[in-house]
Every structure is written in structure tokens, then in C-alpha cells.
Write a protein that binds this ligand. Structure first.
Ligand code: ATP
Length: 362
């Protein structure tokens, strides 16, 4: 195991920077997740750590040493990509053991023991004699993961390793990965577009946009205190509602209605006539007034009603706007499309973003 640290790392292609000023430190044994829109530089960061691409600026540390001049094969990292290319002519057992045999890092008996242990933990022990073409996509993905794990590298780099799996297998493999990490504790960097993977797997999340770090924090901290509008809508399903609001006289105007700004107006300096986005998560809206604390009231009209068993997800429109919002109503809600809703918005659970800069103000 080893910590991984990047200090002011940049990677440029000609004049364009794929990543710029990237600094973070992943402590020994932690699981960090990199998220952000397509093209934001996630893969470039993994490739820089793996040594597949040189960095243009800055330093990559694995353990205590700078690896800027260390070739990829000597960095002791294992990388799994979404297109997990397995060797087609080799059996699963041979695929799993190939790296170890090549490096002659262990005796054959020791290699067999490690392959067996990893195959059992990934539930592929019954497939060891098969060729990759005789496996399902999900099984191939597990073999690719197993091939990386069996090497017992110091660092794991996983680039959307579950993206080719169907929903159920994805859930199962995600849980398996979490269990596996808890057991072997190898320092891991994991790239995903999937917010559930980010929330459930990460010790810390690094949010990137256009090659730069936007925010670093635990999943809960990023969820509770997103730095800006884009991050606020990335984590959470369905995402945070954002209501375009104009401020004046202690109230927000949203379409045809006005809402008390209450504590927001007291705690931050709101400018009359200025545009904001008022944020509220679907689970924080309620048909009933909260028991304590200030709240605002919002009129909406149900547009789509989705009973989910434990709760009902209602998508509603706000009169006088083209804005829709989602809210969860506990249990089975008997209303249907067109039903008028009076929603209570606890102000201590609200967020406020500057409409122009997208920064979170509250
Ligand atoms: P995705 O989620 O779509 O996989 P990503 O966040 O992993 O994207 P990267 O693949 O790291 O993004 O790419 C970051 C930026 O660097 C992109 O704008 C990409 O076009 C650019 N880039 C990557 N490799 C090269 C290259 N070899 N030459 C020129 N530009 C490149």
C-alpha cells in the first residue's frame, strides 16, 4: 500500500491543457473517486499516475518517492479500463496469472494460491478453465478486476470498470468491490460517471471540470455543501431542484409566486433585482409544514406521479415558469396528474446559488 500524491500536475497537448494545477493527496489504503463531465480530465489523471503519459508540469508521488521518471511497469500500479481487454486465447486462470508469471514474482504454487483466492472472492472460481469468449460481459469484467487484484499492486487505478455491466450486475459488482477494498485496503483511484458509485464507494470525491479541481470532500460533505450548481446537481437522484428566483424586499419571486427568504436574507447579502437559483433537494420538500424552523410555501401542479413503494416521486410544474421540480411523498400518494400541491420548503435545508457565477452562496 502507498499514498498517492499529485502536486500542481498539468498535462498539455500542444496549447490545450487536459489538466491544470491538479493537487491532492490520497492517504494509504483509501478509496478516492474522480467525477466530472466528459472530457474534464479524469482519465488523464489516472494515466499520469500510471505513467502511461508523462506530465507536462508538477510531480506525481507514489509512497514517498517522485515517480515522474519511473517507467509505468516499475510503478507497481494496476489499471483496469472499461474495455478490460483480456487475452482471448488464454483461459481465465491463465489470464489471471499472466502478470505474475511474467514478472516471476512468485513460485508457481504461490501463484496458484493467489489466483484461487481472488477467483473465489470475485465468484469466478467455476470459470477458471473457460476462454473469455465463453464468458458474459460481467464475468469478463470480473476477470479483468481479478487480474489486477492478483498482482497485489501498491495502487489500483480503475477507469469506469463497471460501465459495461447491466444494472443488476453493476450493483452486485459495486458491492463486491467495496467489500474487497475493505478487506485488502489497496489505495485506489476510481473514475466514474455514476453518482451512486461515487457516493457509495468513495472515502473522498474529487470533482473536476474542464481540467481543474472544483471540490474535494467526503461524499456527504460534497452532497451537503456543494461548491457550485453543477456539483449540486451531480450528486443525488433525482438531482437537487433549482428554482430561478429574483430577490426583492425579503422575498424571492419565482414565476407567479413569492416566497419568504427568511434566514437566507438575514445571513447573506441579497441584492434587490438580482437573479439567484434557489436549491432544494426532492427529499426536503413536504406536503406538511416542518415541525420547527422557518419554511417557505410553494404552489405546484403534479405532472408525473411515480409510486416507488416506500414513497411516491412526484414531478411538478411551477405556475408561471417553465421550471419543474421533484419531490418525494412518503408512502403511496393518491393524487394524480393535475393535482395542486402545496409544498413546504424548510429554509435551513435550502441552498442559494448566484445565477451568474453558479457559486453557492448559502
Ligand atoms: P471521459 O469521461 O469522456 O472519458 P475524461 O474526463 O476522462 O473524459 P480525458 O480523457 O482525461 O477526459 O481528456 C481530457 C481532455 O484532454 C479532453 O478535452 C481531451 O480531448 C483531451 N485529450 C486527451 N488526450 C489527448 C491527446 N492525446 N491529444 C489531445 N488532446 C487530448
Amino acid at each position: 500500500m502507498a499514498r498517492v500524491e499529485l502536486v500542481k500536475v498539468a498535462r498539455r497537448f500542444g496549447r490545450t491543457a487536459a489538466i491544470e494545477d491538479i493537487s491532492f493527496k490520497v492517504p494509504d489504503g483509501q478509496f478516492w473517486v474522480l467525477v466530472g463531465p466528459s472530457g474534464c480530465g479524469k482519465s488523464t489523471i489516472l494515466r499520469a499516475i500510471a505513467g502511461l503519459d508523462p506530465v507536462s508540469e508538477g510531480t506525481v508521488y507514489i509512497g514517498d518517492r517522485s515517480v515522474n521518471r519511473v517507467p509505468a511497469r516499475q510503478r507497481d500500479v494496476a489499471m483496469v479500463f472499461q474495455n478490460y481487454a483480456l487475452y482471448p486465447h488464454m483461459s481465465v486462470a491463465e489470464n489471471l496469472s499472466f502478470g505474475l508469471r511474467m514478472r516471476r514474482v512468485a513460485e508457481p504454487a504461490e501463484i496458484a494460491r493467489r489466483v484461487d483466492a481472488v477467483a473465489r472472492s470475485l465468484d469466478i472460481a467455476h470459470l477458471l478453465e473457460r476462454k473469455p469468449r465463453q464468458l458474459s460481459g460481467g464475468q469478463q469484467q470480473r476477470v479483468a478486476l481479478g487480474r489486477a487484484i492478483v498482482r497485489q499492486p501498491q495502487v489500483f487505478l480503475l477507469d469506469e470498470p463497471l460501465s459495461n455491466l447491466d444494472a443488476q450486475l453493476r450493483d452486485e459488482t459495486r458491492t463486491e468491490l467495496k467489500r474487497l477494498h475493505a478487506r485488502i485496503g489497496i489505495t485506489t483511484l476510481y473514475v466514474t460517471h455514476d453518482q451512486i458509485e461515487a457516493m457509495t464507494l468513495a472515502d473522498s470525491i474529487v470533482v473536476l471540470d474542464r481540467g481543474r479541481i472544483q471540490q474535494i470532500g467526503t461524499p456527504q460533505a460534497v452532497y451537503d455543501r456543494p461548491a457550485n450548481r453543477a456539483i449540486a446537481t451531480f450528486l443525488g437522484s433525482p438531482p437537487m431542484n433549482l428554482l430561478p428566483a429574483t430577490y426583492g424586499d425579503g422575498r424571492f419571486r419565482i414565476g407567479d409566486q413569492t416566497l419568504a427568504a427568511g434566514t437566507l436574507a438575514r445571513e447573506i447579502e441579497l441584492r434587490t433585482g438580482k437573479s439567484y437559483d434557489l436549491g432544494i433537494r426532492p427529499e426536503c420538500l413536504s406536503l406538511f409544514p416542518p415541525e420547527g424552523g422557518e419554511f417557505a410555501v410553494l404552489q405546484a401542479v403534479a405532472d408525473a406521479v411515480e409510486p416507488l413503494g416506500r414513497e411516491t416521486l412526484v414531478n411538478a410544474t411551477l405556475p408561471g415558469t417553465d421550471c419543474t421540480l421533484n419531490c418525494f411523498i412518503p408512502g403511496l400518494w393518491m393524487g394524480d396528474r393535475g393535482t395542486r400541491l402545496v409544498l413546504h420548503l424548510p429554509l435551513n435545508r435550502a441552498y442559494l446559488f448566484d445565477a451568474a457565477t453558479s457559486e453557492r452562496l448559502y
